[in-house]
Design a protein around this ligand. Structure first.
Ligand SMILES: Nc1nc2c(ncn2[C@@H]2O[C@H](COP(=O)(O)OP(=O)(O)OP(=O)(O)O)[C@@H](O)[C@H]2O)c(=O)[nH]1
Ligand SMILES: [Zn+2]
Length: 296
């Protein structure tokens, strides 16, 4: 029996890479019965049948997995965030960050279209970017769009990691992927259309080697609209709230109506971004009012 990692899935075949070879494998029938589908990124045990063929026997435990794109064991996500066109939304960004925190995926916030900002807006967005960097999140705010400095910074963060790209439609995901992996030659503006074609569309998904790291060739969206968490857990996915909360008077403080709340104090003093707190309250209310059958 051999061990490897699935790098590509296409029409029921899984390309498994070991240290020195690639095997084209199929999943054994018992996976279908157990309703388990191997995913790109899975570490697997497989039986070698021929020179470079085989079948998968076991999927090793996953760190996490996404639905779109269907990829497992992701370390990092590049959250492609338009500074403008579409207009910057802290609410969308925060929801993406929370979804990643829940899945234990490290976010890298990459601002696109910074070249389209006038001076006043550039100043404003730079302050926002600095706020996120202080949380701390990895933030890349290119002086010029896709400057070598920004791309080098991003490539460095890749090393030894499995990455995915996410972001709303038009944010610049394909453009960024093309800069990172020119061999892809993606047409811009096409990805969201392909993803929206429906869940039954079989698409090739592959991991590409980029600077000692791996990147999924298919950008995706997180399932932030189906947050399945309890409202009491939400604050734990805001790193700066979690840090402050040790100084709240009450254990289990939800930072809403409680007296002597350190999170609220830090919002007042400007240490915690007001927008983050407002987005927290909005999401908190949404989750609390969610219909019971909506949970998972
Ligand atoms: N000026 C400027 N334009 C950009 C930048 N990034 C992307 N664009 C343009 O914005 C448009 C959308 O970019 P895409 O890369 O297609 O965006 P996407 O996120 O892949 O979009 P979907 O496929 O719809 O999900 C294209 O016309 C790009 O050329 C940038 O940093 N600066
Ligand atoms: Zn509190």
């Amino acid at each position: 029996m051999a061990k490897g990692k699935i790098y590509q899935s296409l029409a029921g075949f899984y390309d498994v890479h070991t240290e020195n070879q690639v095997y084209r494998t199929r999943a054994r029938g018992n996976f279908r019965k157990r309703k388990i589908t191997p995913l790109v990124g899975d570490d697997v045990e497989f039986q070698i049948e021929d020179d470079n063929q085989g079948y998968i026997l076991e999927i090793l435990p996953r760190k996490n997995s996404l639905v779109r794109p269907p990829v497992a064991n992701i370390d990092q996500a590049i959250v492609t965030t338009a500074a403008t066109q579409p207009v910057f939304s802290s609410n969308l960004l925060d929801r993406q960050l929370i979804a990643l925190e829940i899945s234990n995926i490290k976010p890298i916030i990459y601002f696109t279209k910074t070249d389209l900002l006038d001076r006043a807006h550039r100043q404003q967005l730079q302050e926002i970017a600095a706020g996120y960097a202080a949380i701390p999140y990895e933030v890349i705010f290119p002086e010029k769009a896709f400057s070598e400095t920004a791309l080098t910074q991003l490539r460095k963060l890749f090393s030894g990691k499995e990455n995915v790209i996410m972001g709303q439609t038009g944010a610049g995901k394909s453009t960024l992927l093309n800069h990172l992996a020119p061999q892809l030659n993606l047409k811009t503006g096409e990805i969201s259309a392909a993803l929206n074609r429906g869940r039954h569309t079989t698409r090739r998904v592959a991991l590409l080697a980029v600077n000692d790291g791996l990147i999924a060739d298919t950008p995706g969206f997180s399932s932030y609209d189906t947050l399945a968490i309890n409202f009491r857990e939400l604050a734990a996915y805001f790193p700066e709230f979690k840090r402050a909360s040790v100084k709240c008077r009450f254990r289990g403080c939800l930072h809403v109506n409680e007296p002597d709340c350190e999170v609220k104090r830090q919002v007042e003093s400007g240490k915690i971004m007001k927008s983050r707190y407002e987005n927290y309250l909005q999401l908190y209310t949404d989750i609390k009012n969610r219909k019971p059958n909506y949970k998972k």
